[in-house]
Design a protein around this ligand. Structure first.
Ligand code: ATP
Length: 343
């Protein structure tokens, strides 16, 4: 289903929770709503669902305004963070619930439930009760139950938040495949940037009630539209005066802000760089062990830059002097946009 939202606005008392948010979502897309806690993600989801009504703005499904429709009339499936399964019902009964309410005939219910059991990898678990399932299995039942009545839009509010890291990882790829197979337009709320980057076709960054940027994970990471997005997604360093960095002195006027990603910073000894004059001198301030690599904080001219360093290379030490080469930075220009600048 094609979804369009125009100038959505919502107050809770005097608190302005959602501020003039507009976006559109193409049929079959999986969209991640990402942002810090309290930013307004759930409020947007609840307005789409019809659980909350906007103060202002329109919500259109298939080009038709649905503001006045109840949640039931909107043809939406939900999955929440807490599994919200019916405890006294088996897996089969949970999945069948939405169809029974609709008074669909029995043989159809049976074939639809079995289809979903198959689709969500729950074969053999039909007669179990929720307490006899793992967290990951319960959440798959929640998906099957939401999909059973063939909704046109699936809304997911932090669906994996209560699940262990390892299973969570598996469920992400599982969700991606499921959504592709079913071909349903889906929106999921998360505050986990890795989850959004890995799973979503497009990400919407929401902060303080505003939509900061909407784009593919690639765009959001490589071309952050605002300083907030740049800081929120991925590791980075914000440099107040890019003109102080070697190689950026021409591109950046004094006082131009720059954002630098770790992967565009190289550190090493004097022997490691052919043209030494292109590098800055830095001092290693902190080393953080990340399992497969080091995250290194290096001070260059009063700025703490963050970069990665592989484990195989020479041991680094705190206090050591190194050479630092910055390949690329996002400069914040006077039109208030970030522009990627290669040296
Ligand atoms: P989280 O990631 O913590 O769930 P969120 O981005 O989903 O956050 P919302 O749940 O949409 O944020 O909340 C946005 C703001 O609106 C918060 O400050 C919250 O306290 C407030 N808010 C949400 N619902 C209500 C309500 N029913 N009454 C009053 N304030 C509310």
């Amino acid at each position: 289903m094609h979804v369009e939202v125009n100038h959505l606005d919502k107050h809770f008392g005097t608190f302005h929770a959602v501020k003039d948010v507009s976006f559109s979502i193409k049929k079959g897309q999986l969209i991640g709503l990402l942002g810090p806690s309290g930013g307004g993600k759930t409020s947007i989801l609840r307005m789409l669902a019809g659980l909350e009504s906007p103060d202002y703005g329109d919500i259109l499904f298939h080009g038709k305004k649905v503001n006045h429709l109840s949640p039931q009339e909107r043809g939406i499936g939900f999955v929440f963070q807490s599994y919200a399964l019916f405890k006294h019902m088996t897996v089969y009964e949970n999945i069948a619930f939405g169809l029974k309410v609709k008074k669909v005939n029995k043989s159809f219910i049976q074939s639809r439930v079995m289809e979903l059991v198959e689709l969500t990898g729950l074969s053999g678990f039909e007669q179990r009760y929720p307490h006899q399932l793992s967290g990951g299995q319960r959440q798959r039942v929640a998906f099957a139950r939401a999909l059973a009545p063939e909704p046109q839009l699936l809304l997911l509010d932090e669906p994996f938040a209560a699940i262990d890291a390892k299973i969570r990882q598996e469920l992400r790829s599982w969700l991606r495949e499921l959504i592709e197979r079913v071909g349903i337009t889906s929106i999921f709320v998360t505050h986990d940037q890795d989850e959004a980057i890995e799973v979503a076709d497009e990400i919407m960054i929401i902060s303080q009630g505003q939509l900061e940027q909407k784009g593919t994970p690639w765009n959001i990471y490589q071309q952050p539209a605002t300083p907030f997005v740049a800081k929120f997604i991925g590791e980075s360093t914000l440099v107040d005066d890019a003109s102080q960095l070697k190689g950026f002195d021409e591109a950046a006027l004094p006082g131009t802000k720059a954002l630098i990603r770790p992967e565009y910073i190289e550190i090493g000894s004097e022997h490691d760089f052919r043209i030494l004059s292109a590098t800055d001198k830095g001092i290693i301030k902190h080393l953080h062990f990340r399992g497969n690599q080091w995250l290194v904080e290096v001070e260059v001219g009063g700025h703490h830059l963050v970069t990665y360093h592989s484990l195989e290379k020479d041991n680094l030490e705190v206090g050591q002097e190194v050479r630092v080469l910055v390949h690329r930075a996002y400069l914040y220009n006077y039109e208030e946009n970030w522009v990627a600048e290669n040296r």
